[in-house]
Design a protein around this ligand. Structure first.
Ligand code: COA
Length: 257
């Protein structure tokens, strides 16, 4: 278990809390693994009826730890990354998933919401999928699921231009169930998770599986994963990660094609 992931089960609700606020809850490999292990534990444990994702601090998450991306870019390891394992695990969850999101939800912070069943946003929530800013490609089947949910034009602007989406627009687009003041986010999401935990689990699981296309999602995740890995090793991605570490804008004009 990572020190940066809280895991507590009360009244049938497993609450997983991102606890790295000093790094805007950026997700390291150990954090992804802790989340994957907790989701697998939730699948096995009949007393867990719902999983609630939340986070401490002013951001839901700044997405993948960019230092980890830089390390993966220079490593020869061809194995599965913790992020990819988490994506596969969350996309296969059979129990209801609820998310409570405040502040920035970058990259996986937004794409994981496409695998959650109820999403509550604080008024200051900002959903961002700036994969192209980092010379990467979308993940978590978002290249299929996001256009499906919000239309090609808006999804493309989020991916390619890194345009953020505010809470009100996300609600209007059907990406969220409600927008609430920050002070009410915890109670609202917890209340929904407890309500789900009291409902018949077999019926909930079947309803969820009927609303998803697991084979299509798995195929998209696999294809994105293959291309994501290719992208990580490119000169343009190296420039993007170096620029973030050096706190300067990337310069893609000088990168060999
Ligand atoms: N990986 C690693 N560290 C990160 C991070 C990330 N994805 N995002 C933020 N941090 C760190 C910063 O390096 C900084 O650390 P430091 O205090 O040791 O210098 C700290 O978190 C605070 O970040 P800062 O950028 O100062 O906060 P901000 O409020 O000005 O901006 C964000 C918040 C989320 C908009 C900005 O941090 C950001 O754009 N992060 C990168 C997001 C990203 O591209 N993620 C990958 C998506 S695929």
């Amino acid at each position: 278990m990572s020190e940066h992931i809280g895991n507590e089960t009360i009244d049938g609700v497993m609450t997983l809390t991102l606890q790295r606020p000093e790094k805007k809850n950026a997700l390291s490999g150990t954090m992804y693994d802790a989340l994957s292990n907790a989701l697998r534990q939730a699948e096995r444990d009949a007393s867990v009826r719902t999983v609630l994702f939340r986070s401490e601090g002013d951001s839901f998450t700044a997405g993948n730890d960019l230092a980890d991306f830089a390390r993966q870019a220079s490593s020869q390891d061809a194995g599965d990354s913790p992020a990819h394992r988490f994506i596969r695990t969350i996309s296969n969850a059979s129990k209801p998933l609820v998310a409570a999101v405040q502040g920035n939800a970058v990259g996986i912070g937004t794409t994981m919401l496409l695998h959650c069943d109820l999403v509550y946003l604080a008024e200051d929530a900002r959903l961002m999928t700036p994969f192209v800013n980092l010379a990467l490609v979308p993940e978590a089947a978002s290249s299929w699921l996001l256009p499906l949910r919000i239309g090609h034009a808006r999804a493309y602007a989020m991916f390619a231009l890194g345009e953020p989406m505010g809470a009100a627009e996300a609600l209007a687009c059907g990406l969220a169930n409600a927008v609430v003041p920050r002070s009410e986010l915890r109670e609202k999401s917890q209340g929904a998770a407890v309500a789900l935990a009291k409902r018949p689990p077999g019926s909930l699981a079947m309803t969820k599986s009927l609303m998803r296309d697991p084979n299509r999602v798995a195929a998209q995740i696999a294809e994105e994963g293959r291309r994501f890995k290719e992208c990580l090793r490119t000169a343009e991605a190296r420039e993007a990660f170096t620029a973030f570490a050096e706190r300067r804008p990337p310069n893609f004009a000088v990168v060999p094609g």
